[in-house]
Design a binder for this molecule. Structure first.
Ligand code: UD1
Ligand code: CA
Length: 483
């Protein structure tokens, strides 16, 4: 069935959201990688509306600049004073001009609403030939919401706000979601006739229903299948709830598409994450931003990946990765930190207590333990010994290091950048390498060892070390005399 496209969607987002107790405007709070308002706009965009209008007020400049980035096609309308939902729509239509066609009104703080639910509302609206159709839901606890008042035949009479409702009306469990499909021209006219004679002294958008009904127009309702979808976020408890709901939805879609999620309760994914079939996500894993994981890769346990690309069959365990690229069959972790600009080729190993930043590591190269790699290019098949440090920063500027193909950097090497280790070159363990090592050479840069015989007996007499040394000397003497 083809869904009728709305002529316009108006998103009301001027309110302050005081219950968030936040310096950040409510609608800019993050949920699964997107601001609350952007979830609503994404759902609205799915309807391909002729126009997208967002009404802003509180912190309008901050909200406006956010929207310019995320939804440049949206028209931002300022409602300087928040004098009610009816006032917000009136200001929108007076500023943007009346809209001939269907106008969908929604809020910026209902991130769980799906395009499909909005489409069902529009279908009902068109099918019944209504002047207005309100999206409603039966909720277990309707406190705080406007109630849908119907007559004995079930026809919608009006919406009564909690603060204006009597006890009988308060007992109604069908709530107003705040989402409506309107005939645009009738809306533009009716919204001018809304009064402020109510408990809150506001222009209620809900009054448009009774006004249109009074004019003899058809007024209808569409009951949402799932009331959770229409519940807004007003405080951080509801934000956490919405996060859990959205996360389960996303994980369910991934699982149905062939991803194994070992523990959905401790796995968190953002909306733009992509996972190919046969990836396995272990407990305690968070995948953020545009992270993309290819088939057969395993992520986790306890890993956080942000904007990271993982190749086929790679293993990433107990790792934190930000803007990194992990090649096919690479092995990362446990306890590895890959920072922006890290690019690991096929079959690279980045092991335990290894940190990398702005580093390109060639195919099959290994950085197995206790190492910092910064501003470096490492050739294919190279081996970086435990405890190597790429000394890339001199306190003022960062400098690059290159390590050639199949080079072997000894344990505890300091590579003082800028420096180049040639193809097939070695460095001796414990070296401080501050000059280039040519291909095939070994760079040795450390003090020579000298042993001072008998030092412990003379300078640490009577200690356990001295006693152990004495026993060793006696054992050697006996062995010597026995043969
Ligand atoms: C409104 C409805 C109520 C419904 C509930 C659902 C009215 C009169 N009441 O009540 O029936 O059950 O939503 O959540 O419409 N806004 C503006 N400008 C304003 C006032 C509000 O943009 O001047 C925006 C807010 O930012 C918010 C939305 O409209 O996103 C709803 O406003 P709010 O004050 O929360 O309305 P409720 O009292 O919850
Ligand atoms: Ca509200």
């Amino acid at each position: 069935m083809s869904v009728p496209r709305p002529a316009a969607v108006i998103v009301l987002a001027a309110g302050e959201g005081t219950r968030m107790k936040s310096r950040t405007p409510k609608i800019l709070h993050e949920l699964c990688g997107r601001a609350l308002v952007d979830h609503m706009l994404a759902a609205a965009r799915g309807l391909r509306p002729g126009r997208l209008i967002v009404v802003v007020g509180h912190e309008r400049e901050r909200v406006r600049s956010h929207l310019e980035r995320t939804s440049p096609e949206a028209q931002v309308v300022v409602q300087a004073e928040q004098r009610g939902t009816g006032h917000a729509v009136r200001v929108a239509l007076e500023t943007a001009g009346a809209v001939d066609g269907t106008v969908l009104v929604t809020y910026g703080d209902t991130p769980l609403l799906r395009t499909a639910t909005l489409a069902a509302l529009l279908e009902r609206h068109a099918h019944d030939g209504n002047a207005v159709t309100v999206l409603t839901a039966e909720v277990p606890d309707p406190r705080g919401y406007g109630r849908i008042v119907r007559d004995t035949t079930g026809a919608v009479l009006e919406i009564v706000e909690e603060k204006d409702a009597g006890p009988e009306q308060r007992a109604i469990r069908e709530m107003n979601s705040g989402v409506y499909a309107f005939d645009g021209l009738l809306l533009a006219d009716a919204v001018k006739r809304v009064s402020t004679s109510n408990a809150q002294g506001e222009e209620y958008l809900t009054d448009v229903l009774s006004i249109l009904r009074g004019d003899g127009h058809r007024v209808g309702a569409h009951v949402a299948a799932d009331h959770v979808e229409v519940e807004g976020v007003n405080d951080r408890v509801q934000l956490a709830f919405a996060r859990r709901v959205l996360n389960s939805r996303l994980l369910e879609a991934h699982m149905r598409a062939g991803v194994t999620v070992i523990d959905p309760d401790s796995t968190w994914v953002d909306v733009d994450v992509t996972l190919e079939p046969d990836t396995v996500i272990h407990p305690g894993t968070q995948l953020h931003g545009r992270t993309a994981v290819a088939a057969g890769a395993e992520i986790g346990p306890a890993s956080t990946l942000t904007d990271t690309i993982v190749g086929e069959g790679a293993l990433v365990r107990n790792a934190v990765c930000v803007e990194a690229e992990i090649g096919p069959e690479a092995v990362v972790g446990p306890y590895t930190y890959l920072r922006p600009g890290t690019v690991l080729a096929r079959k690279v190993k980045a092991g335990t207590y290894v940190e990398m930043k702005n580093a390109r590591v060639g195919e099959g190269a290994k950085v197995p333990h206790l190492t910092y790699v910064g501003d470096a290019v490492i050739g294919k098949g190279a081996n970086i010994g435990a405890s190597t440090i790429f000394v890339n920063y001199d306190g003022v500027a960062k400098h690059p290091t290159t390590v050639g193909e199949h080079a072997f950097v000894g344990c505890d090497t300091m590579l003082v950048a800028p420096v180049n280790i040639g193809d097939g070159a070695y460095t001796a363990a414990g070296s401080v390498i501050d000059g280039d090592v040519p291909p095939g050479a070994i760079g040795v840069a450390r003090g020579r060892q000298r042993n001072i015989e008998g030092w412990v007996a003379r300078r640490r007499a009577g200690t356990r070390s001295a006693e152990a040394a004495l026993r060793a000397a006696e054992a050697e003497n006996q062995q010597g005399s026995g043969t």
